[in-house]
Design a protein around this ligand. Structure first.
Ligand SMILES: [Zn+2]
Length: 180
């Protein structure tokens, strides 16, 4: 192929010489993803290259996809970052080859699990704050909260604390018994 038919794509200073045909595939994907109006904002057309402010290492794999070599994820790249790059270049992550897709999906499963654990911990903290507030009240709701927290967190330190708080509520219990 005549070198004049090649196109130079400059990704943050790293240059890739690609065929006009591959460049057309990339441009079509960008057009379909971002729309015609945004095209001029995606890259700068210089006299000898097309400049993109994107991740060069990810682009190597993006290029492989457009050159029909399959889609693989660079080992040193965070899957979150790769996801963003795929989104920019208009590639569906499901197109990824199995060898890398399991690692990609595994990462997002782990993130989901971490978020669930975070939410669970935050719910437990809110519950604890609520019980602490209730315990400070000198009535039955205080007594209930105290007893409830023993079942919720039966650690020895917690139990001692709870028994201490329980003493405060004895006055309330006595009053209730007297009223009956
Ligand atoms: Zn792979």
């Amino acid at each position: 192929m005549d070198s004049s038919e090649n196109v130079t794509v400059n990704i943050n200073g790293t240059k890739f010489d690609i065929s006009e045909r591959t460049w057309q595939s990339i441009k079509t994907s960008l057009y379909e993803t971002h729309g015609g109006d945004k095209m001029s904002q995606l890259f700068t057309k210089n006299s000898d290259d097309y400049f993109f402010e994107r991740h060069p290492q990810c682009f190597s794999e993006v290029l492989g996809y457009f050159q029909n070599r399959g889609l693989h994820m660079p080992g040193s790249i965070c899957p979150m970052e790769f996801k963003e790059e795929l989104k920019f270049w208009g590639i569906n992550a499901k197109e990824m080859s199995n060898c890398c897709y399991s690692r990609y999906i595994g990462f997002f499963d782990d993130q989901k699990m971490l978020n669930m654990l975070d939410t669970d911990e935050s719910n437990r903290t809110n519950e604890r704050l609520y019980l602490d507030r209730c315990r400070r009240q000198q009535d039955w709701s205080g007594v209930e909260a105290t007893v409830w927290s023993v079942f919720e967190e039966p650690s020895s330190g917690k139990l001692a604390k709870v028994l201490y708080v329980f003493q405060d509520n004895i006055v309330a219990i006595k009053q209730i018994i007297i009223l009956k």
